[in-house]
Every structure is written in structure tokens, then in C-alpha cells.
Ligand binder design. Structure first.
Ligand code: CO
Length: 256
């Protein structure tokens, strides 16, 4: 049979500001952020967090009149849709059409990650906005490693080593492009003192700062990941304070 379901592809979760929501998923729960991708036709940026058998897809509205912005306005943040992977979307839609069920917008359309997708209206599914998704030809099978990981997407925790050896910083990436990298973070020389203060429940005078490093002055930018003999900064911070590091660092410039 063509058009069969291969598995749960992802759960879509509408969020107002991914910078506020990513720390829970990525740091506290430890789901790797696979990729962040804008889908301008839908007015949304998607953040894919890998939970092993599938993904949590955080949906960030890119404009006030996008469908996600309207959904948040109506129902607040939260679960927005379920997505099932299918082997053949056209075949699946043909079977649905035979039962009088038509997808929203009349058919299949391009989705994130090069997939072809279609949405079924909640009135046809008992209240679930249901996405069906077919991967592009040549893409890894469901459950296999993703095409590309982007540990340097905005919101990710990174460690920056500047060419000036005194400048070493851990922080949350705010922006990264050919010009430079903006980190909301903390000088690593101050790290131990800062964590000690946070573990005592004080924020103290060592306030994280928002800093821009031109690419020419960056020696190395490294994802904040566990190494065999050294836990990541995020893990060390969480173990000592019970808090998410990126959340603690995100207030660096006084706004969220
Ligand atoms: Co989706």
C-alpha cells in the first residue's frame, strides 16, 4: 500500500519567543537543536529539537499576521500540530480524498527541511491539526541522523575564543553571520565566581554582557557540548544551580 505512515515525524509547538523556550528543551531536557529554518511562505521560523524518534518543532511567528501568530493570539502558546511521516504524500491524499477529506489550501506544499507537506483541518480529524510529510528523495530514512546539524543557530550556547587570548567567553548566540558573532554571555575568567554566586542565589556584580566579535578577531567558536572528560558549561551550571545557563545568560543586555 502506498501512502502509508512511517512514524511520528514531529510535534509542532507554537511559541512567542524561542529564546525564552529553547533553554527548557535544549538545555534542561538536553535535546540537540538540529536546525533552525525560516519558511517565509508560512511566516514562520522552525526550530527542530531531536528527541530520538522524532522532533519537537518550535514554531516562531515572523510577523503579526502569520498563521502561527494568529493561533497564539487565539489559543496561546502550546501544541499546535502533529506531523506524521508518510512514504508517498500524493497517495495518502488520494485515499483521504476518497473519503471526502481535502487538505487545507487544496493540496501539498513545500515545508521545512525540503519536505513536501499537507495539513488536515481539525474538523476532519477530531480536533487535531494534522500535518503529513514526505521527505525529499535521497533524504535519510525516518529516525536516521538529520542532514545537517546547526549547533550555531541563534539561541544555541557556544564558547568563543578570540585571537586575543584574554578574551574567552561562553554565551548564547544572538546572531552569527559573515561579519561577526554576537554573544550574550560571560567572560570565562569570571565563570567560577559567577557560578558560585548563582548557586548561592545571588546574581552579584558579574552581570553577563552582550558582545559583538568581528569574525576577523575570532579564533574559534565551539558548541557548548559535553566532552569525554569535561562536561559542558551548560551541564556544569545546571548541576550546580538547577537552572538553565542560557536563561541565566539571556538577560545580558537587559532585554529578553
Ligand atoms: Co510541522
Amino acid at each position: 500500500m502506498k501512502g502509508k505512515v512511517l512514524g511520528l515525524d514531529h510535534v509542532g509547538v507554537a511559541v512567542r519567543d524561542p529564546r525564552q523556550r529553547l533553554p527548557l528543551w535544549a538545555e534542561v531536557l538536553g535535546l540537540p537543536l538540529d536546525r533552525a529554518e525560516a519558511v517565509p511562505t508560512e511566516g514562520v521560523r522552525t526550530w527542530f529539537l531531536d528527541f530520538g524518534g522524532g522532533h519537537i518543532e518550535l514554531l516562531e511567528p515572523l510577523s503579526d499576521d502569520s498563521p502561527i501568530a494568529r493561533a497564539i493570539e487565539k489559543r496561546g502558546e502550546g501544541i499546535h500540530h502533529l506531523c506524521l511521516a508518510v512514504d508517498d504524500l500524493e497517495a495518502a491524499l488520494a485515499r483521504l480524498a476518497a473519503r471526502g477529506i481535502e487538505p487545507l489550501g487544496g493540496g501539498a506544499r513545500p515545508g521545512a527541511g525540503g519536505c513536501t507537506v499537507a495539513f488536515l483541518h481539525p474538523k476532519d480529524t477530531g480536533g487535531v491539526l494534522l500535518e503529513l510529510s514526505q521527505r525529499p528523495p535521497g533524504a535519510p530514512a525516518h529516525g536516521a541522523a538529520e542532514v545537517a546539524a546547526h549547533p550555531f543557530a541563534p539561541g544555541a550556547l557556544a564558547v568563543l575564543y578570540a585571537k586575543d587570548p584574554r578574551a574567552r567567553m561562553v554565551g548564547v548566540i544572538r546572531a552569527l553571520d559573515a561579519v561577526g558573532v554576537t554573544l550574550a554571555g560571560l567572560d570565562l575568567d569570571a565563570w567560577e565566581d559567577w557560578v558560585a554566586q548563582w548557586s548561592r542565589g545571588e546574581r552579584g556584580p558579574l552581570t553577563p554582557s552582550l558582545q559583538f566579535y568581528p569574525i576577523a578577531r575570532v579564533e574559534k567558536l565551539q558548541a557548548d557540548e559535553d566532552a569525554p572528560d569535561l562536561p559542558s558549561f551548560g551541564r556544569r551550571f545546571a548541576e550546580r544551580t538547577g537552572l538553565a545557563l542560557s536563561e541565566a545568560l539571556a538577560g545580558g543586555d537587559g532585554r529578553r
